[in-house]
Ligand binder design. Structure first.
Ligand SMILES: O=c1ccn([C@@H]2O[C@H](COP(=O)(O)OP(=O)(O)O[C@H]3OC[C@@H](O)[C@H](O)[C@H]3O)[C@@H](O)[C@H]2O)c(=O)[nH]1
Length: 442
């Protein structure tokens, strides 16, 4: 059994990081441990519905200090373009006093962090254990964030010849170069100096990358598994989507989403819409309005809505992605291969088409498409541009009943899913992880 502990959680101020931390917090709380969750004030109201154990998980809101260059109301990466992330990162560093005050008062046993590498010093001062909990893929860490790593190039001894950047990834590398140095420093410092390294993955998908990280940091690496939430514990799918999706046959709808960060240029957004028009299948596209537009409607190609009426919707807000994916009418998931979406796509019964934008998304895409062979990637030009034809061709290549390639990836994916859903696999990762933490605390 082991004794109950009290953990602090302090993830990077991005929903793509906060949400998986909260899923892990729920698992700890379910086992009777206590969690104090540090997060920006405004983020709390978006997350309360995901806290399934409010008696054991307490949110501890932080005030985001003012930093020149950061818009006054910005508190998470969803509030700013990627080019301003560095200011939010400075603001996070300036919350150190608030974090320390909370540690001093509440005296936790452990503190989980990812980007705030200075947590390890603070933890030592108060004699608590620091846990660097990585919610990006092990593949990304192994390729880009090990000591001696270099932007865009695999490090010596890297265990794959397939999961790499290629010529046509210059667009993703250019974005990565904006924040690479900062994130490299944050992650490698945190991983070197923490007490415990842990990653949100499992060896069935990323075993050799996890082993490589362990060898490069000369440390044991604990895996939590994907720590997916139980869908039945949350709210049901919104009525409007049930109604829309029920109007189509099993496995016929293509669902498109790009996570919480990607905002398309207007011309690329329009090309995307035209790609769906060309495809001819029913679709639900959920993306933010493109740059320069405040609504989706004003940015749609002329006459588009009329032409696809009754067959497709482009929605500018949040949809409940895991629930949409579990609707029987949805047969294909086109997405950016953020690590959260990658897991959700693997656990669904949909065909997977990938269109990565950021550095880690490119590597995740290669892992899925070339190493595991469970998906296809949309072909881009050297400039990063994808055309309506390349988008619709990729979807057709897996959705056409007679497509050989479609059959192959469907078979591979079904095999992998069988392994992942084998009874007890994920819970045994979670149990072993918690046991390992308890051993550290003895
Ligand atoms: O409309 C939406 C969009 C997204 N979501 C949810 O939001 C989460 C998005 O997480 P992802 O990791 O896929 O993508 P994000 O873009 O938010 O992640 C960010 O952090 C993780 C990194 O791998 C990504 O590169 C980075 O962009 C998923 O759990 C998804 O189900 C919705 O529920 N509805």
């Amino acid at each position: 059994m082991g004794s109950k502990f009290h953990a602090f959680m302090f993830p990077w101020f991005a929903f793509g990081h906060i949400t998986p931390y909260l899923h892990l917090a729920n698992k700890l709380a379910e086992k009777g441990h206590r969690v104090t969750f540090l997060l920006p004030k405004k983020a709390q109201k978006h997350l309360e519905h995901l806290n399934h154990f409010p008696q054991n998980i307490a949110f501890h809101p932080l005030t985001i200090p003012h930093v020149n260059g950061l818009p006054p109301s910005a508190e998470t990466t969803s509030d700013i373009p990627i080019s301003l992330d560095k200011f939010l990162s400075e603001a996070m560093d300036l919350t150190r006093g608030q974090v320390e005050a909370a540690v001093q008062t509440l005296r936790p046993n452990l503190i989980f962090f990812d980007f705030a590498h200075w947590v390890t010093e603070l933890a030592k001062d108060y004699m608590i254990k620091s846990v660097c909990y990585i919610i990006l893929s092990a593949t990304t860490i192994a390729h880009t964030l090990v000591p001696g790593g270099e932007l865009g190039l695999p490090p010596p001894g890297y265990p794959s010849t397939k999961v790499m950047y290629r010529d046509n990834d210059a667009h993703a590398l250019a974005t990565l170069s904006i924040y690479y140095k900062r994130v490299y420093h944050q992650i490698t410092t945190g991983l070197k100096s923490c007490d415990i390294i842990s990653i949100r993955t499992c060896k069935e998908i990323e075993g050799k990358f996890c082993d490589y990280i362990a060898s490069q940091y000369n440390r044991k690496v604990l895996l939590t598994g994907p720590v997916l939430p139980e869908l039945e514990k949350g709210e049901p799918l919104e009525e409007q989507w049930i109604h829309f999706l029920n109007g189509f046959g099993p496995g016929s709808v293509v669902f498109f989403a790009l996570g919480s960060q990607i905002i398309l240029e207007k011309d690329q957004f329009q090309e995307l819409c035209l790609g769906f028009e060309l495809l001819g299948l029913p679709f639900l596209v959920a993306v933010k309005p493109p740059k320069g537009a405040s609504t989706i409607q004003e940015a749609l190609p002329e006459g588009f809505e009329e032409r696809v009426k009754g067959r497709g919707v482009v929605w500018g807000g949040w949809v409940q992605q895991p629930l949409v994916l579990s609707h029987p009418s949805v047969g294909c998931f086109v997405n950016h291969c953020g690590f959260g979406s990658m897991w959700e796509s693997l656990m669904s019964d949909c065909q997977i088409v990938l269109i990565p934008f950021l550095g880690d998304q490119v590597l995740n895409t290669r892992l899925m498409t070339e190493e595991l062979k469970v998906s296809v990637e949309v072909v881009r030009e050297k400039t990063g541009w994808f055309s309506k034809e390349s988008l619709s061709d990729a979807v057709r290549s897996v959705m056409d009943k007679d497509s050989k390639h479609g059959k192959l990836v469907r078979r591979n994916k079904a095999k992998l899913k069988d392994i992942l859903v084998s009874p007890g696999l994920f819970t045994s990762y979670e149990d072993k992880f918690v046991e390992a933490l308890q051993e550290y605390l003895v």
